[in-house]
Design a protein around this ligand. Structure first.
Ligand SMILES: [Zn+2]
Length: 151
């Protein structure tokens, strides 16, 4: 079971931006990466259209899901999870998310949009255990420290 996730800072920033752009609707998509034992590593995000009509839910286009699964079949990297945003600002999975979490050991990233702060979203991660979730620790290595500080 996945217990921690390496989510590079640019990917986290991208997710927060997507949540902001979709507001007041939910954004959604897939997380590409690798899993080694309890350690997951995100390498890319694949945004998908949100087919849901209601503003407070998401529905990923199944055609996109199948295309991605096909593309990564047999590859070292694969689809390790999905992501969506919570425009209501709640950082944890909703009751509806639990119903949808049928696939075990599948990562769920949630970008909880903070309406008051307007510019920020908190990213949390969970792993589905079959209609339930357990929290996943996120590590976001910044790329800044490898660059020279601004003058
Ligand atoms: Zn949700």
């Amino acid at each position: 079971m996945i217990s921690d996730l390496l989510l590079p800072d640019p990917l986290r920033a991208h997710l927060m931006k997507e949540a902001r752009n979709a507001f007041p609707r939910e954004c959604c998509g897939f997380v590409e990466g690798t899993v080694s034992g309890a350690h997951a590593r995100a390498t890319a995000l694949h945004a998908t259209r949100n087919l849901a009509v209601e503003p407070d839910r998401f529905e990923i286009d199944p055609a996109v899901q199948f295309a991605l699964l096909r593309r990564f079949r047999g590859a070292e990297r694969g689809i390790i999870g999905c992501y969506h945003s919570h425009p209501n600002g709640r950082p944890g999975p909703s009751a509806r998310d639990c119903v949808a979490a049928v696939e075990e050991d599948f990562l769920w990233l949630i970008a909880a949009f903070d309406e008051k702060a307007c510019e920020t979203a908190t990213v949390t991660a969970f792993v589905s255990t079959g209609h339930a979730f357990s929290p996943v620790r996120i590590e976001s290595p910044s790329l800044d420290r490898f660059e020279a500080p601004p003058l």
